[in-house]
Every structure is written in structure tokens, then in C-alpha cells.
Design a binder for this molecule. Structure first.
Ligand code: SAH
Length: 384
């Protein structure tokens, strides 16, 4: 089956964006997901793409060529993408970051000898068997788990499921990251079992942690930032609302022989208010909340939420203290995030130095001209 697109659709690929929307599709004879040849209205070949008949994003470009997209093709692309990660010393890293690595809607994360992958479109799901073969060939894992329970699959008319695709993947996998050990939970944890995108930011925060000081890690999940803070601080307060994540955090601390983290199950908004009222002070603070802006529609409320936690964090920052703050909301642009921080700094009455702006770790690249590939923003600030 060939899918035909309008001139505007064809122009998207020329401009370097891999998506063609439903409104730019001219003919789709068979509404069956798959890997399809794409032409313009006159029948001129444009490329081979993943086709999703139920999604607004109908086509995702795989190649401008017409070569067969079979298991060896996937193996080559995945191996090439993984090779670009050479030099990462951590034992868990993202081998394929979807669109940004030329493999739209496919995520492949490596956890030691295991792979956790996500097939996030109907098109890529239709190539599941070839992709699993490709991963086996390219990465030689002992097991492959498909974390196909991401909500975006609903837009594609796909079921949410977590299934093993090869070998066995254990309940937890130990990760080593810059000398810190932690347990990822591939079957039940968030994303593919851990937040690999903050890896470099956690190392940065470790470097800026006040020696012998007090640290606060808000939205700690299983303690990923807290463990890095604890190696330098005298004491760390690690806060999350998830009992299960905190339990794994405590286990992670034991794994590292770390005993200076107090795990607190609380709503970060409430706790910040309480800490401010009690005039507590911290030398190093980390804010890594979930995406407050899930859609464009609630952007304003989301920014208000970001401002509230950042303002309060600035208020309880000790003199000379450092705040690392981040947002993983795609809809909150870098400009909006920075403006919100400037607002919060003004209202807090603190003078804040801008030490660094960061993004996701290098194995989660952003593609210029494809803004959808970027979402994580981080800023390192110091109160003076
Ligand atoms: N910093 C972590 C990732 C944090 S993800 C890392 O680097 O691995 C966001 C976390 O915020 C989740 O664990 C979630 O349980 C927690 N969370 C969400 N809303 C919260 C709230 N209002 N108060 C406290 N924790 C919250």
C-alpha cells in the first residue's frame, strides 16, 4: 500500500521534520498500520515511513530511500545510534532516542545486559518482530522488556501493556552512575525504570553540593539526586509522595553504605510551606518535579506551580547556597522557564546568580528543527 501526501506534507520532510499530519495526507487506501512507501500526488517517491491510521501524526519518516525495512535494517540503525553513545561510563543509558536518532517513536534503553524498549506508535508496533530481532542483533541483550504502557499509545489506538519480548528481565537492575549505585525497576518504575535523562545533571549537582552542609531533594523518586548529594553533604532530606519509590530510595542508600538521608513521604508543596514557616535553611536544593504542563491548555497553571516551588526554594536557600531546578514539560519553553525563575527570584527578594543552563543528558539528544525532541530544562542558581 502506498500513501500519498499533499505538497505541504512533502514540504515537512524537506524542512527536516519527520512527521506528516492527517490533514496533509491525500490518499490512504488501506487503513492498516505498517511501514509504507510514500509519494506525492503525482506518484513521485518521497520516502519510507511508519504509518499510523488512527493518529493525528499519520506518517513518521524512516528513510528517504526505498530499501527494505527489515530486521537487518533495524539492527544497523540501532547499532549506529548506540555507537554514538560511546564513552558513557554509567551502566544504564539510552541507545535510541526516537525521532532524535532517526527512529521515530522508538525508545531503546540499555540497563547493563538488559534492554527496556518502548514502541510508541502503531507504525512501529507493526514492526515489533523485526525491531526485537534488530535489538538482539545490535545490542546482544540477555533480555528485552517492552514498556508499552506509555499513555501516548492511546492516541495511536494501541493497548497499554508491559511484555517480555526476549529472555528474562529481572524486577530490579543495579545501575552504576558516577560511583553511585541504584536499583532501577524496569517492570514497574517510571519511564523505563529510571530517569536516565537527568544523569549529567545529577553529576553537576554533586559537584556543587556544599561540603558538610544541608541538602534538600524534592521529588526525589528513588533518590537519584539525593544519593549524589549525600556523598558530600552532612545531611539530606529526600522528599516524594510515592511510598514505593521512597522504599527503593532507602534500599539504594543501603546499597551505597549511605546513612545521612532522611526519607520523607510528603507533598512537596505542603512541605516547602512548612519548611519556610519553620525558617529552615538548606545549602543545596534540587527541584525535579513531574511535568506540570501535560498539555498546552494548562500552561498558565503549570507555570504558577513551577513558580510557587521555586520561589519557596529560593526563600529557604542559605546564603551562598545552590539551587538546581528543572522542568520536563515540553510545553514550558526554555524562555518561559527562565522568565518564571526571574519572577520567582524577584519575589523572593534574593539575588540569584545564573551558574548554568542544562538540558537532558547527551544520550537524549535534541534535534534542531524538531522541537518535539527536547523537553528537559535545568538551571543551576546560587544565592548571593
Ligand atoms: N528526581 C528523580 C525523578 C523525579 S520524577 C530522578 O532524578 O530520578 C518526579 C517525582 O515526583 C515522582 O517520583 C513522583 O512520585 C513525585 N511527585 C509528584 N508530585 C509530587 C508532590 N506534589 N509532592 C511530592 N512528590 C511528588
Amino acid at each position: 500500500m502506498t500513501v500519498k501526501v499533499t505538497a505541504r506534507g512533502a514540504e515537512r520532510w524537506k524542512q527536516g521534520h519527520p512527521w506528516i499530519y492527517r490533514s496533509d495526507v491525500a490518499e490512504e487506501p488501506e487503513k492498516k498500520p505498517g511501514v509504507v512507501p510514500v509519494t506525492d500526488r503525482k506518484g513521485r517517491f518521497l520516502g519510507t515511513a511508519l504509518y499510523s491510521p488512527k493518529s493525528e501524526i499519520r506518517l513518521r519518516l524512516l528513510t528517504r530511500g526505498d530499501e527494505p525495512v527489515d530486521a537487518p535494517w533495524w539492527a544497523n540503525r540501532i547499532a549506529e545510534s548506540a555507537r554514538r553513545r560511546n564513552g558513557i561510563t554509567a551502566s544504564a543509558w539510552r541507545a535510541v532516542h526516537a525521532e532524535a536518532d532517526g527512529l521515530p517513536s522508538l525508545v531503546v534503553d540499555k540497563y547493563g545486559p538488559f534492554v527496556v524498549a518502548q514502541l510508541l506508535s502503531a507504525g512501529v508496533e507493526s514492526a515489533r518482530a523485526e525491531i526485537v530481532e534488530g535489538i538482539k542483533h545490535a545490542l546482544q541483550p540477555e533480555g528485552i522488556l517492552l514498556r508499552n504502557d506509555a499513555a501516548v499509545r492511546r492516541h495511536e489506538g494501541l493497548p497499554l501493556e508491559v511484555v517480555s519480548a526476549h529472555g528474562t528481565v529481572p524486577e530490579t537492575i543495579e545501575v552504576v552512575e558516577n560511583g553511585v549505585r541504584y536499583l532501577a525497576a524496569p517492570w514497574t518504575g517510571q519511564k523505563t525504570g529510571a530517569f536516565l535523562d537527568q544523569r549529567e545533571n545529577r553529576i553537576l549537582v554533586g559537584q556543587h553540593t556544599r561540603r558538610g552542609g544541608r541538602s534538600l531533594d524534592l521529588f526525589t523518586y528513588h533518590g537519584s539526586f539525593a544519593l549524589h548529594l549525600a556523598r558530600h553533604a552532612k545531611e539530606v532530606v529526600a522528599v516524594d509522595q510515592s511510598t514505593e519509590a521512597l522504599a527503593r530510595g532507602a534500599e539504594n542508600a543501603r546499597l551505597n553504605g549511605i546513612a545521612n538521608i532522611a526519607w520523607r513521604e510528603a507533598n512537596a508543596f505542603d512541605l516547602l510551606r512548612e519548611l519556610e514557616r519553620r525558617r529552615e535553611q538548606f545549602d543545596t536544593i534540587v527541584l525535579d518535579p513531574p511535568a506540570f504542563a501535560k498539555t498546552k491548555a494548562n500552561l498558565e497553571r503549570a507555570v504558577a506551580g513551577y513558580k510557587e516551588i521555586n520561589l519557596r526554594a529560593m526563600k529557604i536557600l542559605a546564603g551562598g547556597g545552590v539551587l538546581f531546578t528543572s522542568s520536563c514539560s515540553y510545553h514550558v519553553s526554555r524562555d518561559v522557564f527562565h522568565a518564571m525563575l526571574a519572577d520567582a527570584a524577584r519575589d523572593s527578594g534574593r539575588r540569584m546568580q545564573f551558574l548554568a543552563a542544562t538540558g537532558a543528558a547527551g544520550d537524549h539528544p535534541e534535534l534542531l528543527n524538531v522541537p518535539e525532541t527536547g523537553y528537559l530544562k535545568g538551571v543551576l542558581l546560587r544565592a548571593v
